[in-house]
Design a protein around this ligand. Structure first.
Ligand code: FAD
Length: 469
């Protein structure tokens, strides 16, 4: 009887333990993707990006004479229906770790097992299962550096090759048409504006990893901080959808380290920040929904998502160059440089005293590399409410940060058109991307700062001290 392989955020053929195990049974393998509630709830950009990823993944399965079956509906019911239609005796998948996925997958596993179906989950999304990394006293890690020290010497499983063949069933079950799912329906700017910035699919991800290791990892420890330089791997969108595995990145980084490439160790450490985010989310799922440090519930956050200063932040019109450049980069490319993410998150939560959840939601709607754990950890780290967070009173000054990390204004000029006689194509593309209702034009005057760069510290400290933190 066939094995269903239920794909979710693991859209690759190589280093895929669940697919590998399914092929190794010698039984027919039926790859399935289910459009269920968690998919329906995705933000505009992540959903659009997932749609693109599914199309490319279906093509790579087709090259192996296999076929991605698309179905719409609640996961358990849909799987049960497919089992009935195909006579499948097993369902394999790669584990996910966010609380919704865990609840869904646990129910699926228990119910199918009761019905005599083999239901088996595999690793692949993470290098270190969150429950396998423990402190000396058996707890979990709340601080990154000890977490890194604990895992850095571990053996990471060597990546598996793609299956040479995927055994096909005699008859394929029916599949929805991807186009009918309208994955891009809420993405007003998808096809024309953001598409050129997408690195789509497993082959492109592998090619980029190779090029990054060959040309960029040497020196990455310094270039990774410069938003005007293409100095990072740019693989987050692929890692997010599993178009590449962290193991593949890790082993490439290890080889570079052995060759003496200076930035290799830093790259390995960044991969482990992703693992750390998942570790935290697994052990404290409230990372996603509320202040990780619960005493922060008393903090006087502003919570109006439509406040003028929040709109200015979203539109890249705060009058602070670094913030505005980064917010426009996000809107046009679906990605934001890590330094930009830290600056805009600090400005929103400290200068503008706005609740980090408002920023988190905007990112969730705009990022093509959206990841539940990394996004929540990043926001809570920036806001000061998270574990191992930057202390609230340590406020980034976005002007001195720009002087330090974008000395020649490559980044600022790339993204900001106002006030420039010869704006860049990227800066102009922002005005093609935004809704007309925003009423913005490249000829507008540069806005006065909503809150000046050097005022943030005072504002933040006042709010912080008034609450007696
Ligand atoms: P590289 O520098 O090449 O790093 C390699 C990989 O390591 C990345 O692809 C990523 O998977 C991982 N990584 C690097 N830095 C971090 C980090 N700080 N936390 C967790 N993982 C990291 N990352 C996301 O993937 N999705 C998000 O939704 C996301 N939201 C963020 C929100 C905020 C407020 C902040 C401050 C950071 C956020 N990050 C998020 C982390 C980081 O900014 C991105 O992973 C990074 O910019 C991606 O670029 P890259 O692939 O070129 O990274």
């Amino acid at each position: 009887s066939p094995v269903l392989v239920w794909f979710r955020r693991d859209l690759r053929l190589s280093d895929h333990p669940a697919l590998h195990a399914a092929c190794a049974t010698g039984r027919p393998v039926i790859p399935v993707f289910i459009h269920d509630d968690p998919v329906a709830r995705l933000g505009a950009a992540p959903k659009w990006r997932l749609g693109l990823g599914l199309g490319t993944f279906a093509d790579s399965l087709a090259e192996k004479q296999s076929h991605l079956i698309l179905r719409h509906g609640p996961a358990l019911e849909t799987l049960q229906k497919l089992i009935k239609e195909t006579g499948a005796g097993a369902v394999y998948w790669s584990r996910l770790y966010d609380p919704d996925a865990v609840a869904r997958d646990t129910e699926v596993k228990e119910t199918l097992k009761e019905q005599g179906i083999e239901a088996k989950s595999f690793g692949g999304h993470l290098m270190f299962e969150p429950w396998t990394v423990e402190t000396k006293t058996g707890g979990f890690y709340k601080v990154y550096t000890p977490f890194w020290n604990m895992v850095k010497g571990r053996d990471v499983e060597a990546p598996l090759p793609a299956p040479s063949a995927i055994p096909a069933p005699q008859n394929w079950p029916a599949s929805d048409a991807l186009a009918d799912w309208h994955m891009g329906v809420r993405m007003n700017r998808g096809a024309q504006i953001v598409r050129p910035h997408v690195r789509l699919g497993e082959k492109a991800a592998q090619a980029r990893l190779g090029a990054f290791i060959a040309q960029k990892v040497d020196g990455y420890d310094t270039t990774r901080d410069l938003p005007g330089v293409d100095g990072t791997s740019g693989l987050s969108q692929n890692l997010s959808l599993g178009e590449i595995s962290p193991h593949q990145c890790w082993h490439a980084g290890m080889r570079a380290r052995q060759e003496g490439k200076t930035g290799a160790e830093t790259f390995l450490k960044e991969l482990v920040w992703r693992e750390f985010a998942y570790h935290l989310m697994h052990h404290t799922p409230r990372l996603l929904t509320g202040n990780w440090k619960e005493n922060w519930d008393a903090f006087p956050w502003r919570t109006n998502p439509d406040a003028p200063e929040v709109i200015a932040w979203k539109q890249g019109r705060t009058g602070i160059q670094f913030v505005d450049a980064a917010m426009r980069e996000l809107y046009v490319t679906g990605i934001m440089h890590n330094r930009g993410r830290m600056i805009v998150a600090s400005y929103l939560t400290k200068h503008l005293l706005t609740h980090w959840q408002i920023g988190l939601k905007w990112f969730e709607d705009c990022l093509i590399d959206w990841d539940p754990a990394s996004n929540a950890m990043g926001w809570q780290w920036s806001a000061g409410s998270g574990p191992d967070a930057t202390p609230y009173f340590r406020v980034f000054n976005p002007v001195t940060q720009l002087d330090k990390f974008d000395k020649n204004r490559d980044y600022a000029h790339r993204w900001i058109a106002e006030g420039r006689s010869n704006p860049s194509q990227d800066a102009l593309s922002y005005f093609e991307a935004i809704p007309r209702a925003w009423g913005l034009s490249p000829n507008d005057a540069i806005p006065a700062p909503v809150v000046a760069a050097d005022e943030g510290r005072k504002i933040a400290l006042n709010a912080y001290e008034n609450k007696g933190f």
